[in-house]
Design a protein around this ligand. Structure first.
Ligand SMILES: NC(=O)c1ccc[n+]([C@@H]2O[C@H](COP(=O)([O-])OP(=O)(O)OC[C@H]3O[C@@H](n4cnc5c(N)ncnc54)[C@H](O)[C@@H]3O)[C@@H](O)[C@H]2O)c1
Length: 434
């Protein structure tokens, strides 16, 4: 099938590459010329396990190409995926200007009916707007009347395992009112042999926002329980294990820690609250989810301060900057708020993250970046674990102990055993475990 993907970010690039891997002829377009030049030169602008090899393989096989040319991408595909950003606005709503621009562009350029797919995460009722924009007579003056078809096909991939998630999804959601579009989408995804959920457009849009908000709620819930554990002396890992064995609850997303970050959960929860409000419903439970998430970062910074007392001129080592493992994505990472809070009190920050340091340099100021975990530990008054990377699990604590000025470990991801760390002579704090 001829497939077009507009937007070469985490979602667009992975989707385009995977569609090519599935045997389709894919053109992926972006307005960011630098990104496209890098891709054409064989460089992948994001870190995502397995992606680079798959891009190279499919470019070589001439199934995948990149362009800045909007007309080219619109004319190419029978199916056009819109995978541009939908960033948060100040009022919490999603900024849909990129989606609108692309939809208007498609309406102006396409000469035959296209299947236009919302791949980006958008609030419910966006599909109606896209349909209006694509309709003949809507600013498409002088054009022959073309009946485009709209599909909502939200993406559920997770950064860090995006390729695998795309090729082995739990489910594929296809929301459309067009029989033809439904059949084409079903054929496109058939090689994945995944469960497909067919709905109308609005329900598909809601499935995405409701899913992300539910997962965010699970994270905030377990973090709230962790705070009760700390106050009462219970152990959050035992509590979560006991809860998770109940099949109605499930074990995933019950790891207490520093809360959620990244480009999706925070903005999707915001946007869900916003669209609910626009439709006359106060989604109070989600407001509480946000509040707990913000508090979790502040409580962690406070824990560090409680141990070190005066933070001014103390050296604090930070291991892990990205919002989760195996990504370089720094968007709304807990590390940003925690480091900012510690710097505000005068602490000096040294940090290491194998993937995210280049991006971190654009959002964090006054941080000394190191080449290894041990460089970070050297002369540090405390060592903070903010991302649960496997590399960190293998750290040699005997060596760390000798390098540090004060033997303080603050584990924001419950990666280590408190008794073991204390027996090694560390002052160790974590989340929901005393
Ligand atoms: N990142 C994730 O894990 C993830 C998962 C599921 C869904 N989503 C959703 O997918 C969408 C994209 O997310 P992302 O993380 O890939 O964003 P991103 O910022 O990494 O990529 C968006 C890309 O779109 C490009 N773009 C913007 N306007 C354009 C235009 N008019 N024409 C062509 N390209 C344009 C940008 O230059 C950028 O490269 C968002 O709605 C997001 O919520 C993201």
């Amino acid at each position: 099938m001829k497939i077009s993907v507009i937007g070469c970010g985490y979602v667009g690039l992975v989707a385009a590459t995977c569609f090519a891997e599935m045997g389709n002829d894919v053109v992926c377009q972006d307005i960011d010329g630098e990104k496209i030049r890098a891709l054409e030169g064989g460089k992948v602008p994001i870190f995502e396990p397995g992606l680079e090899e798959l891009i190279k393989k499919n470019v070589r096989a001439k199934r995948l190409s990149f362009t800045v040319d909007f007309e080219k991408v619109v004319l190419h595909g029978e199916v056009i995926f819109i995978a541009v950003g939908t960033p948060p606005r100040d009022d919490g709503g999603a900024d849909l200007s990129y989606i609108e621009n692309v939809a208007r562009g498609i309406a102006a350029i396409a000469k035959v009916p296209k299947i236009v797919v919302e791949k980006s995460t958008v609030p419910v009722l966006t599909g109606e707007r896209v349909e209006q924009v694509l309709k003949c007579g809507n600013g498409n003056a002088g054009k022959e009347c073309i009946q485009h078809m709209v599909v909502s096909n939200p993406e559920f991939l997770r950064e860090g395992s995006a390729v695998k998630d795309f090729l082995e999804p739990d489910r594929i959601v296809i929301g459309t009112n067009s029989e033809k579009a439904r059949a084409v989408m079903e054929k496109l995804y058939a090689p994945l042999k995944a469960k497909i959920v067919f709905t109308d457009i609005k329900s598909a849009e809601l499935i995405k926002h409701a899913s992300n908000s539910f997962l965010a709620a699970k994270i905030s819930f377990i973090n709230a329980v962790a705070n009760i554990c700390e106050k009462t002396g219970a152990n959050i890992q035992d509590v979560a294990y006991g809860m998770g064995l109940d099949k109605r609850i499930g074990a995933s997303f019950l790891n207490a820690g520093l809360g959620y970050g990244g480009a999706c959960f925070p903005k999707d929860v915001d946007a869900f609250i916003w669209i609910a409000e626009r439709n006359g419903y106060d989604f109070g439970i989600l407001k509480e989810v946000q509040k707990i998430n913000r508090l979790q970062r502040a409580l962690f910074a406070k824990k560090v301060e409680d141990i070190l007392w005066v933070l001014k001129d103390k050296t604090i080592g930070v291991l892990g900057l990205a919002f989760k493992p195996n990504t370089d994505d720094m968007r709304l990472a807990p590390s940003i708020d925690i480091i900012n809070a510690l710097q505000k009190e005068g602490a000096k920050i040294k940090a290491y993250d194998p993937e995210a340091m280049e991006r971190a340099k654009t959002v964090l100021r006054g941080v000394e970046y190191c080449n290894s975990m041990y460089d970070v530990a050297k002369d540090a008054d405390a060592l903070l674990f903010l991302t649960e990377l496997d590399e960190f699990r293998k750290i040699d604590f005997e060596k760390v102990k000798k390098l540090m000025r004060q033997q303080v470990i603050c584990d924001g991801r419950n990666m280590f055993n408190p008794a073991e760390l204390r027996s090694l002579g560390f002052n160790y704090v974590s989340i929901g475990r005393v």
